[in-house]
Design a protein around this ligand. Structure first.
Ligand code: 17E
Ligand code: FE2
Length: 458
């Protein structure tokens, strides 16, 4: 069904193109001139040859014409008029960023009711436990909207947010379900029903999670490493796969977010995904214990992961600060094996996780900060590796979120969602955390940011 409708949309788009080509000067809604198109098709592929696009490729100049909320034409010096023309000034133009992992219910609460002194995940969960007793719909909506606007100003138009559903009134969930509909005209928001205190941490938590799915949460969440026992953790994973099958939803686990090398729930998640043939609908987030497993177990595990083909999300800004807190020296980095997963051909994306909350007091939602941190902490400094980290905040994230490939990317016939980024190569962009000067969502201008200028004394 989806295929047919997108094909007929593309047919009508190409008909319009032919019609447009017949008149001398077609009329569009919007034309972006002098952009350099970021071709993400090979980007980040660990097997791509060095001459395919890497972080030092400087694409040729092109124009992009938009009408009916879609990209209608692409190419140098396109003929035509438009109500609005944007001069990209030789900067890169690419698809929007994808935020594959954030907690919008807790954004912008840092210091409330107190600061996280130990810097650990566990103190963060305790502080959030107190803060969440004071949640109101208006409080959650205002903070989450402020965070989404920050993200969108940095070019993010697809967001997957975890929402704590181990809170008896589901206030945050109901607030974010409302917000999801309110922002739909300009941003695609997915909500994960996430039992922060554990599925079996309180008697009603499993019931609350199911209630969240009935109310419309998009994704089933879990936190097996935080359950009271190993057995509860394993049981929670099986139960959540059953629930996902029953409600026909994808899954995204907080999985093994701990430095304990004995925390081995990733194998349980991968085995369930493999046996139920749900790898492409399953995501393992954080998986920081993978960095503490010895290599002999990690090698065996990698074989299972390759077979299961599930998605991974690493959150380097947060886990480089939360993990290793119990170590003296040598001190672990606590980031999952991003480079090895990428080399194994698995889909890895990167998330921001927190914006100024009980776990992390900093952050402004910029995915280039996330990619920059991953490049450092995961030692992804090669040309293809830098490009791969960019793929991890764009197209790999789209894959994690299950976005139809026909709906993501800058190509004729696709929805007109794109960003102009101040830089001519990915190396420029990441070095300078290049400003997103223009964000176009569904064919309309959404946000513009001016470039700063520096005046030098004579
Ligand atoms: N909750 C959790 O379990 N882990 C995290 N990193 C955050 C919230 C931010
Ligand atoms: Fe998280």
């Amino acid at each position: 069904m989806a295929d047919l409708s997108s094909r007929s949309q593309q047919d009508s788009v190409s008909e319009r193109n032919i019609n447009s080509a017949m008149v001398d000067s077609p009329n569009y809604d919007l034309i972006i001139r002098n952009g350099r198109l970021l071709d993400l098709s090979h980007l980040g592929n660990s097997e791509s040859s060095p001459d395919e696009q890497n972080c030092d490729t400087r694409p040729e100049l092109t124009d992009i014409a938009i009408g009916d909320r879609r990209i209608l034409a692409l190419g140098p010096n396109l003929p035509g008029h438009a109500q609005q023309i944007i001069d990209a000034q030789g900067h890169l133009v690419g698809p929007p960023f994808v935020e594959s992992h954030i907690h919008l219910d807790s954004v912008l609460t840092a210091g409330e009711p107190r600061w996280n002194q130990s810097g650990t995940l566990f103190e963060g969960i305790e502080i959030w436990g107190d803060r969440k007793r004071a949640l109101t719909t208006a409080d959650v909506k205002a903070r989450a909207l402020a965070a989404l606007k920050l993200q969108a100003s940095h070019g993010v138009l697809h967001v997957r947010s975890h929402v704590d559903v181990s809170e008896p009134q589901l206030i945050a969930l109901q607030a974010l379900l409302e917000l999801r509909e309110e922002v739909r005209p300009w941003l695609n928001l997915q909500l994960v029903a996430f039992p922060q205190d554990g599925l079996y941490g309180a008697p009603r938590n499993a019931e609350l999670l199911e209630e969240a799915l009935k109310l419309g949460a998009d994704v089933v969440g879990g936190i097996p490493h935080y359950e009271f026992t190993r057995e509860d953790g394993v049981r929670s994973v099986h139960y959540l796969f059953d629930l996902a099958t029953q409600y026909d939803r994808p899954l995204d686990f907080h999985c093994d977010e701990i430095d304990d090398p004995q925390s081995r729930f990733l194998e349980v998640v991968a085995a369930c995904a493999l046996r139920r043939d749900m790898g492409d609908r399953t995501t393992a987030s954080h998986t920081t214990a993978f960095a503490s497993y010895d290599n002999s177990y990690a090698t065996k595990l990698m074989g299972l992961l390759r077979r299961a083909q599930l998605n991974f999300v690493a959150n380097p800004l947060i886990n480089i600060t939360l993990q290793g807190r119990g170590d003296s020296y040598p001190k672990r980095r606590g980031i999952t094996r991003v480079k090895e997963l990428w080399r194994a051909g698995l889909n890895v994306s990167l998330g921001h996780d927190c914006i100024q909350d009980p776990w992390y007091g900093l952050g402004n939602g910029n995915p280039l900060d996330v990619a920059h941190m991953a490049i450092h902490c995961c030692q992804m400094t090669g040309q293809r590796e830098i490009a791969a980290c960019y793929a991890m905040v764009t197209k790999n994230g789209a894959q994690t979120l299950g976005i139809d490939p026909a709906d993501y990317g800058v190509a004729v016939g696709k929805p007109a969602n794109l960003v102009v980024l101040a830089g001519q190569t990915l190396r420029d962009l990441i070095s300078h955390r290049g400003i997103v000067t223009t964000v176009v969502s569904q064919g309309q201008y959404l946000a513009q940011t001016s470039l700063p200028t520096t005046q030098w004394q004579p």
